[in-house]
Structures are given as structure tokens and as C-alpha cells.
Design a protein around this ligand. Structure first.
Ligand code: PGA
Length: 258
């Protein structure tokens, strides 16, 4: 099956592993495991403290690209504990995850998500915006939540910038639970996200946005979700901490190309 975009698979290490030595080992294993998968864009988003180590292991190799899990909207100043885009850039970061549900649960608002998207895209980096419902209801009110999250996130974003936007559909109930959304649910949501973007920007521009699925993706379910969910790739949490599992997920994403 042929899909519109080159598949994109992002590994979100979250607050793992515990030491720089372990981060280095994982990066080395990933570099080896991903060596020949160049027709898929693979991104690794380690904790900020390990960016330097992971980038050094990568050493410019194309096996994966650098990602970050969060960013501040300002580029410098009195913002204790925050990290800016120029800082991330100095470790080759090209993709920034924004509005992950774990950050939203800690208080990140739609407005802050929008400010970060605006800053990331303006700086020429890729913004990976996470959206997802906390639970599903029979009246499908959750669709309204997804629509609101998307509309708020892209407020003020011109259509010329849409190629710098990725939407990751991550139902909160599926994250870290081992309970993934079914391929048909994923497909339905992909169409809904595309419709929301089409209403805002028109079909041709909306199609520039890559749509990923995240939530308990593993080597067993990845192929089916990719094929029948018809997404452009994955945002992977837990399984990205194993080079073997992550490489198998990348391989599943790749298999839709042939
Ligand atoms: P999970 O996390 O793969 O461990 O469910 C996904 C995510 O939070 O991005």
C-alpha cells in the first residue's frame, strides 16, 4: 500500500532511563538497530539532560533524528527550569513534542500549547502536537475535545507552515496501559482530524500535516494499526526504551511502503 507521506516514528523516552550511561547505551543500540531503515523518518526524544549524549552517539548519522519532549516559548531569559529552542537546536533537535497528555495533566493549557507551536514553527522546527480524549462516551462528545485541542493548537498558524506540523492522536486511556485503540478507531480519528484541518485550511493544505497514533504501540500491534488505521506513523513511549522493539515498530511502519 502506498501512503502519502514518508512514515514518521517518534520514540518518546519520557523520564527514562535513570543515568547518562544507560542513555548512551540505549542510543548506541538504537543506532545499530536502525542503521538501514532510511525510508522511514525516525526521531528519538530523550530527556533534556541526555540530549548531548544521544546526539554525540548519533554523530550526524541518518539512523535517527533528534527530538525534544517540551520547550519554552521564549528563547532566553528569567525562566527557571525551562529550556529554549536555541538550546535544543544546539543538540540538533528538529522535532519538538508539544502538549503531551502527561504535560496537560500537569497543567499545560491549550494557550500554552499554541504559543509553543507558534515558536517552534517560526524557528523552522517540526511541532508534534499531541491530542487525545481522556475517555470515550457513547454520544461521541470526545470528538469535540479533539477538535478544540486542534483548533486551539493551530490558532494563528498560516497554511504555508502546515508542513511543519505533525498531529499525534494519543487517547489518554491508551497511554502506558497496554490497551491500544483499535485500527478502525484510529482510522476514524485520523479522518476526523483531517476534516478538522480541512475545515480550517482546505483539503490540499490539510493533507500536508502528518497524523500519528500513540498509545501502547508495540511490535505486535504496529503493523495492523499502520495499515488499517492508515496513519502516517507512531509516537511510541514504553516500547521506545527497547532498541529491538522500537526497530520492529519502525519496520512495521516501513512495511506499508512495499
Ligand atoms: P506508550 O506512550 O507507548 O507507553 O503508551 C505513548 C506516549 O505517551 O507517547
Amino acid at each position: 500500500m502506498k501512503i502519502g507521506h514518508e512514515p514518521l516514528v517518534i520514540g518518546n523516552w519520557k523520564m527514562n532511563p535513570q543515568t547518562d550511561t544507560l542513555a548512551k547505551r540505549l542510543a548506541q543500540d538504537l543506532k545499530k538497530a536502525l542503521a538501514h531503515k532510511d525510508d522511514v523518518t525516525v526521531v528519538v526524544a530523550p530527556p533534556t539532560t541526555f540530549l548531548a549524549t544521544v546526539d554525540a552517539v548519533r554523530n550526524g548519522a541518518k539512523s535517527f533524528r533528534m527530538g525534544a519532549q517540551n520547550v519554552h516559548k521564549e528563547s532566553l531569559g528569567a525562566f527557571t527550569g525551562e529550556v529554549s529552542l536555541p538550546m535544543l537546536r544546539s543538540f540538533s533537535v528538529e522535532y519538538v513534542i508539544i502538549g503531551h497528555s502527561e504535560r496537560r495533566a500537569a497543567g499545560e493549557t491549550d494557550t500554552q500549547v499554541n504559543e509553543k507551536v507558534t515558536a517552534v514553527v517560526k524557528a523552522g522546527l517540526m511541532a508534534v502536537v499531541c491530542v487525545g480524549e481522556t475517555k470515550r462516551d457513547h454520544g461521541a462528545h470526545y470528538l469535540g475535545d479533539i477538535e478544540r485541542q486542534i483548533r486551539e493548537a493551530v490558532k494563528g498558524l498560516s497554511r504555508a507552515k502546515l508542513a511543519s506540523l505533525v498531529i499525534a492522536y494519543e487517547p489518554v486511556w491508551a497511554i502506558g496501559t497496554g490497551q491500544n485503540a483499535t485500527p478502525s478507531d484510529v482510522h476514524e480519528m485520523k479522518l476526523f482530524i483531517q476534516k478538522t484541518l480541512t475545515d480550517l485550511y482546505g483539503r490540499n493544505y490539510a493533507q500536508k500535516v502528518r497524523i500519528l497514533y500513540g498509545g501502547s504501540v508495540n511490535p505486535k500491534n504496529a503493523g495492523e494499526i499502520m495499515k488499517d488505521g492508515m496513519v502516517d506513523g507512531f509516537l511510541v513511549g514504553g516500547a521506545s526504551l527497547s532498541a529491538k522493539d522500537f526497530a520492529a515498530i519502525v519496520e512495521s511502519a516501513r512495511s506499508v511502503l512495499v
